[in-house]
Design a protein around this ligand. Structure first.
Ligand code: F6P
Length: 323
C-alpha cells in the first residue's frame, strides 16, 4: 500500500475534520501518500481528487462540517457508477480508501468491496450514534451538547410563560440523541421510537404534573415517521387539552453544526489513526469503532444492521426521576 484515499459521506458530523486530519497525518507518518476525495462517493465517480498534506490539514481540527464536503450519491448505487469509481481509483494509483460516514456510506462501501479489490475501511461519523458494533460515533457528543444548550434556552420561555414545548430532535430512526438529550435537560416526557410505552408518559405528565403543580414542561420527541413528528403530536395534545399553552420547536440542522467537543475530537483522532493501522494490517470491509474506550474492528455487514435496541436502564432512569 502506497497511496490511500479519504472521503466523507452522508450527513456531515462535527469531528469529521479531526478524523480527516488524523488519517492524513498518521498515513504520512507511515510514508503513505494521501488523496482527499471531495463530495463522498459522488466525487469518487467524478474524479474529484486532491492530494492532502500535513500542513493542508492544519487548523481544521476545531471546525465543524467537513473540508472534503459530503454528498449522498445515487449514482454509486448503480453498477455503472461503481465501475467508474473503481477506474478512477486505479488511474490515481489509490490502493485503499477510508470512508468517514454513517451506515448508508458503509453499505455503499460494502457493495463496492464485493465487486472490486480495493479495500475500504470505515470510520463511524454521525450525530445519530446508531451504528452497530461501536459505542460511539463521531459528532454525537457535540450534537447532544447542542440539544442541551438549545433546550435550556427554550426552558426559560417555557417557565416564564407557563408553556409546554414539544421539541423535535434529530436521529433518523434512532432515539438515543433524544433520550440522552431529554435526560440532560430534565424533560418531563421523552418520546422515542424504541419504546412505545413512553406515550403514556405524556398522559402521566398531564394528570399528575401539569394539572397539579407544574406550569410548564418539555416534551422531547425523536424525529421520524414512527413518532409522527412534533407538530402532529402537539396538535393532538392541544385538541385533547385545550387549556394547555403548547408551542413546537424543531431543532433541525443546527444539531449537525458547530465546533466539535473535546470528546468528538479525541474519538475522531483515535479512530483516524486506527483506520490507517487497519489498512496497513491488510484489513478490508471493516469499520473501526470504540467499545469501552478501546478500538475494535467491526465487519461492514454487521455495522450496517439495523439495531433499534436502546439502553433499557436509561429509560428506567427517566421514568424514575420524572414527576
Ligand atoms: O444522519 C444524520 C441526520 O442528521 C439525521 O439525524 C437526519 O434524519 C438526517 O441526517 C437528515 O438528513 P438531511 O440533512 O439529508 O436532510
Amino acid at each position: 500500500i502506497k497511496k490511500i484515499g479519504v472521503l466523507t459521506s452522508g450527513g456531515d458530523a462535527p469531528g469529521m475534520n479531526a478524523a480527516i486530519r488524523a488519517v492524513t497525518r498518521s498515513a504520512i507518518a507511515h510514508n503513505l501518500e494521501v488523496i482527499g476525495i471531495h463530495h463522498g462517493f459522488k466525487g469518487l465517480i467524478e474524479n474529484e481528487f486532491t492530494p492532502l498534506t500535513s500542513s493542508g490539514v492544519s487548523g481544521i481540527l476545531q471546525n465543524g462540517g467537513t473540508i472534503l464536503k459530503t454528498a449522498r450519491s445515487r449514482e454509486f448505487l448503480t453498477e455503472e457508477g461503481r465501475a467508474k469509481a473503481y477506474q478512477n481509483l486505479v488511474n490515481a494509483g489509490i490502493n485503499a480508501v477510508v470512508v468517514i460516514g454513517g451506515d448508508g456510506s458503509f453499505t455503499g462501501a460494502l457493495v463496492f468491496s464485493k465487486e472490486f479489490d480495493i479495500p475500504f475501511v470505515g470510520i463511524p461519523a454521525t450525530i445519530d450514534n446508531d451504528i452497530f458494533g461501536t459505542d460511539y460515533t463521531i459528532g454525537y457528543d457535540t450534537a447532544l451538547n447542542t440539544v442541551v444548550q438549545a433546550v435550556d434556552k427554550i426552558k426559560d420561555t417555557a417557565a416564564s410563560h407557563g408553556r409546554v414545548f414539544f421539541i423535535e430532535v434529530m436521529g433518523r430512526e434512532a432515539g438515543l440523541l433524544a433520550l440522552n438529550g431529554g435526560i440532560a435537560v430534565g424533560a418531563e416526557v421523552i418520546l422515542i421510537p424504541e419504546s412505545n410505552t413512553e406515550h403514556q408518559a405524556f398522559d402521566r405528565f398531564i394528570s399528575k404534573g401539569y394539572k397539579r403543580k407544574k406550569t410548564s414542561g418539555i416534551v422531547v420527541i425523536a424525529e421520524g415517521e414512527e413518532m409522527g413528528g412534533a407538530l402532529k403530536l402537539a396538535k393532538k395534545a392541544e385538541q385533547e387539552n385545550p387549556d394547555l399553552d403548547i408551542r413546537v420547536s424543531i431543532l433541525g440542522h443546527m444539531q449537525r453544526g458547530g465546533n466539535p467537543t473535546a470528546q468528538d475530537r479525541v474519538a475522531a483522532t483515535k479512530m483516524g489513526v486506527a483506520a490507517v493501522d487497519a489498512i496497513l494490517d491488510d484489513q478490508k470491509s471493516i469499520m473501526v469503532g470504540l467499545r469501552y474506550g478501546k478500538i475494535v474492528h467491526v465487519p461492514f455487514n454487521k455495522a450496517v444492521k439495523l439495531n433499534h435496541s436502546i439502553d433499557q436502564d436509561l429509560l428506567e432512569i427517566q421514568r424514575l426521576i420524572t414527576i
